[in-house]
Design a binder for this molecule. Structure first.
Ligand SMILES: [Zn+2]
Length: 455
């Protein structure tokens, strides 16, 4: 009897113990007692112009009970926001603004502390807490921006230069924005805080305007319009009647060479493929290699006039707008982005300036195609070559013979297609072949700027 009582007592004890363990395990695993602290999205360092609030995202799966944001200037604290939630919130955005009480006047660096506690019963019913901190640098000053000098004018299809000063302790972005969406990037020039850039007005853009834009890390923006005089230029429009001989000759051959899968196309479709699809791909290849702008500081940009082909006669101009017809029916159109020069067959062509060969390969309508980088985002291009005398990566010197003229690609006779590019935009080669243009738009602008900088 006694034994029976004893064993039933231990049974009850055992059941109780099990229930307790089970209960604790249940609570330990229940969402009521979850142990995941809230998350706070806050960058370690924030540059703040005080115009826009600092937005802090606070989240907790169980629900937030309390959040607080405090700003400290090293001596005093200011509570920017303190909220207790009667109805639990899973996520809260704090929009913090700077106190208007005179707190932190004359101070530039602060520490922001954001604390959050969730509604869990864990931690003796205190809940889980998380604290995030950020160093806040208050910067309400716009970058300093001043134009030192610029070309007097820019011609439609041409280029121009600008030298300017841009300074900020925390510069984030510096570029020249245009009315046609293109951004030009400047190169550090002569002394710290000074920059030079070339800009280009595409021959297909009706209008041109350019402004320097400087943005600091706090989001303060300075802009300076570059006051170029705009010189319009009319480019030639011509209509070309397509001949069977050309379609079944050059066009068929070029298609067979670069896209044999299109051999079966009807001859006008073949022409459209070459003049449109192939051309776009080829021009994109050129855009890719000619868009790079060196970022190392330069002291000058002493380019000589380009004279790529001795006694080269101009056989087609830059900017020509060509319409193609077959039996008086319009078929296709294109722009001519270079200057065609012809002398003898397989004449040697030279680079007139030092540079690096950044492209030397077959490029569809441009045939065997060489592109040389001369610095400051300036590139020269040579198309239809019959042979290469340089390869990609070669460093070339002014006067080096780089290739022989030919008729590879979309060329009917032996000639050189000579192109000039400024940060990816095709520009009038004539300007770069003109000594007085170079003097007025590059040397004198940079030299007078240096004198002003030295003052
Ligand atoms: Zn050409």
């Amino acid at each position: 009897m006694r034994n029976q009582r004893k064993s039933s007592a231990s049974l009850i004890l055992g059941v109780l113990l099990l229930a307790m363990v089970g209960g604790v395990a249940y609570l330990y695993n229940s969402s009521l007692f979850e142990r995941i602290p809230p998350s706070i999205v806050l960058e370690k360092e924030i540059d703040w112009n005080l115009k826009e609030p600092i937005v802090v995202h606070v989240k907790d799966n169980r629900g937030l009970r309390f959040v607080r944001a405090t700003l400290s200037d090293g001596e005093k604290n200011a509570v920017l926001e303190s909220r207790e939630f009667k109805i639990l919130e899973e996520s809260v955005d704090l929009n913090l603004t700077f106190p208007r009480t005179g707190f932190g006047a004359n101070k530039k660096v602060f520490e922001l502390t954001v604390e959050a506690t969730d509604a869990s019963k864990w931690n003796f019913f205190e809940g889980n807490s998380f604290v995030a901190k950020s160093v806040i640098k208050v910067d309400t000053r716009r970058p300093e921006l001043a134009i030192i000098g610029s070309s007097y004018k820019i011609m439609k299809g041409g280029a121009a230069s600008v030298v300017f000063k841009a300074e900020d302790d925390a510069m984030k972005a510096l570029y020249i924005e245009t009315n046609f969406g293109k951004k030009f990037y400047p190169t550090p020039f002569y002394k710290n805080g000074y920059y030079v850039s070339l800009v280009a007005w595409p021959s297909r853009a009706e209008n041109f305007s350019a402004s320097i834009v400087a943005i600091d890390k706090a989001g303060n923006i300075s802009k300076a319009h570059i006051p170029y005089f705009l010189q319009d230029k009319k480019y030639k429009t011509s209509t070309i009647a397509l001949q069977d001989k050309f379609l079944d000759g050059k066009i068929a051959d070029l298609t067979a060479e670069v896209a044999p899968e299109n051999n079966g196309l009807e001859h006008l479709k073949k022409f459209k493929f070459v003049n449109e699809d192939l051309r776009i791909g080829n021009e994109n290849n050129i855009l890719k290699v000619t868009s790079n702008v060196p970022t190392q500081m330069i002291n000058d940009f002493a380019v000589k006039t380009f004279y790529p082909l001795r006694n080269g006669k101009v056989v087609a101009s830059f900017g020509d707008y060509r319409f193609y017809e077959y039996d008086k029916v319009p078929v296709s159109e294109s722009y001519h982005l270079g200057l065609d020069l012809a002398s003898n067959a397989q004449a040697g062509m030279q680079t007139s300036n030092d540079g690096v060969v950044v492209f030397a390969r077959e490029n569809g309508i441009y045939g065997n195609n060489i592109i040389i980088s001369h610095g400051l985002g300036v590139y020269s291009l040579y198309g239809h070559c019959s042979s290469y005398l340089v390869k990609e990566g070669d460093v070339v010197k002014a006067g080096d013979v780089i290739a022989k003229t030919g008729m590879t690609g979309l060329a009917l006779g032996d000639h050189l297609h000579f192109g000039m590019y400024v940060q990816g935009i095709d520009v009038r080669p004539e300007e770069w072949m003109d000594e007085s243009w170079l003097k007025d738009n590059i040397f004198s602008i940079m030299n007078s700027a240096k004198k002003i900088i030295d003052r």
